[in-house]
Design a protein around this ligand. Structure first.
Ligand code: FCB
Length: 463
């Protein structure tokens, strides 16, 4: 182990945010309304009725925030672009002030030698497009390509890493099936299926456009994966696991890697009478070929293990043996209620590598929600977060040793911010934000991360 755990030369250390979660300025300088503006302004949708109207005011504090990134020695910053800031109605008229903001952000980052990783869609669809049907309709995918074209033409000379979508599974399943995210329609499996297809199509169509506007850059897509072992070897648990895996993982990775939509999910939809892949007007000739356009990388968002135990089948029909017998209380959870389980990262990275043979992987999000606040001296001793990150770094290193093509890592998140349906109740940042004064304070995890970046790894004392 030498002097510690050192990462390969050129490994990229970064941190991530997303437009709606940090920017604020929701209706300034010509920005159009997004589905998250509409959703958060609807009482009862977000915890405490919190909104992203102001968020952490990053739109006005961008220079100060980039200076903090410089202080930490960040090598890359993953952020997203607000589509309605660029095209207030989703297509057509371009809002120059919106482009100017991201133009300044990119230049400020480059001045500090911080590589911008741009995500085009991190969930804030222009409301105007939702009014026309949103992701369940094909014209939204067409509008996305127009948007990707405008942005990549403008920033393509300086941005070297592009992400089309963040977590399309969450967009389709939480937005159009489970009602937990904007647009908050409680629709059905058909709307989720249609959304999934149009999200993937939008991605596949946009990739060549981005490549031609930004020659030599890397283009990829970000998905989340948890490690999902079954609680027991019973058939019921295994079925529940396969069902979840088809809905959240294979539905996206299979078509991206040329395998088409998963047969078990398609059968499920057919049996429910909602969608028949053999007779449908959704998947048109050429669509699947567009979706499987080769990618430069996959972005993985990993947070947790989720042990699968079937709810549908009575306990008695499950085998008495459990592989993961710990009662819930003895597992280690973050404040989000997500289990802190670093070994799962190796399982998930291994799966991407061996099963899908992805060319390159960035961990585009990983981190933990703990609310540790400033003490009497203004210090924030967030050891749980620090330990969470350290464990995941060790596992990332192990994965590289095993041959996984892992090229970089982004902490979620750089700042405390608006955590979607949870509002401001969950703090994921390595930098504390006082939501009253907008003061930023580096937590101990940020100071420690600065050291990790400087050494390109962990020191012995960390091991
Ligand atoms: C991910 C999202 C990100 C953040 C984290 C906690 O699913 O991509 O915006 O909310 O979860």
């Amino acid at each position: 182990m030498g002097n510690g755990l050192i990462f390969p030369e050129g490994f990229i250390w970064g941190a991530a945010t997303a437009s709606y979660q940090v920017e604020g300025a929701w209706n300034e300088d010509g920005k159009g309304e997004s589905i998250w503006d509409r959703f958060s302004h609807t009482p009862g949708k977000v915890k405490n009725n919190d909104t992203g109207d102001v968020a952490i005011d990053h739109y006005h504090r961008m220079q100060e925030d980039v200076a903090l990134m410089g202080d930490l020695g960040l090598q890359a910053y993953r952020f997203s672009i607000s589509w309605p800031r660029i095209l207030p109605l989703g297509r057509g008229k371009v809002n120059q002030a919106g482009l100017d903001f991201y133009d300044r952000l990119v230049d400020s980052l480059l001045e500090k030698k911080i590589d911008p990783f741009v995500t085009l869609y991190h969930w804030d669809l222009p409301q105007a497009l939702q009014d026309e049907g949103g992701w369940p309709v094909r014209s939204t995918a067409e509008a996305f390509v127009e948007y990707a074209d405008v942005v990549s033409r403008y920033l393509g000379d300086r941005v070297r890493h592009w992400v089309t979508h963040n977590e399309p599974s969450v967009v389709a399943n939480l937005g159009y099936l489970l009602e937990l995210h904007a647009p908050g329609v409680h629709d059905d499996d058909l709307a989720a299926m249609r959304s999934a297809h149009h999200l993937l199509l939008a991605h596949g169509w946009a990739v060549p456009v981005i490549r031609s506007n930004s020659p030599g850059s890397e283009v990829g897509i970000v998905n989340n994966m948890s490690y999902t072992p079954t609680a027991s070897p019973s058939r019921a648990d295994r079925q529940a696991q396969l069902h979840g895996d088809s809905l959240w993982v294979r539905m996206y990775f299979d078509p991206l890697f040329g395998r088409g939509y998963p047969a078990d999910r398609m059968l499920d939809l057919k049996e429910k009478g909602v969608f028949d892949i053999c007779k449908n007007d959704l998947i048109l000739p050429g669509d699947m070929a567009s979706i499987e356009t080769p990618l430069d990388f996959i972005g993985l968002n990993y947070y947790s293990r989720n042990i699968i135990r079937s709810q549908a089948i009575p306990e008695a029909e499950n085998l008495p043996v459990t592989l993961h017998p710990q009662p819930k209380e003895t597992l280690n959870y973050t404040e989000m209620g997500w289990e802190n389980y670093a070994p799962g990262l190796l399982q998930v990275l291994g799966r991407l590598h061996f099963e899908y043979q992805v060319p390159k992987i960035y961990i585009t999000e990983n981190g933990a929600s703990y609310s540790t606040a400033p003490d009497a001296n203004g210090r924030i001793a967030d050891y749980e977060r620090l330990r969470y990150l350290r464990e995941h770094f060790r596992v990332a290193h192990e994965a590289i040793d095993l041959g996984v093509p892992l090229a970089g890592y982004f902490v979620w998140s750089l700042f405390d911010n608006f955590e979607w349906g949870e509002g401001y109740s969950q703090r994921f940042g390595i930098i504390w934000v006082d939501y009253e004064t907008q003061e930023r304070i580096l937590k101990d995890s940020a100071l420690w991360y600065k050291d990790v970046i400087a050494r390109n790894g962990l020191v012995i004392a960390d091991n």
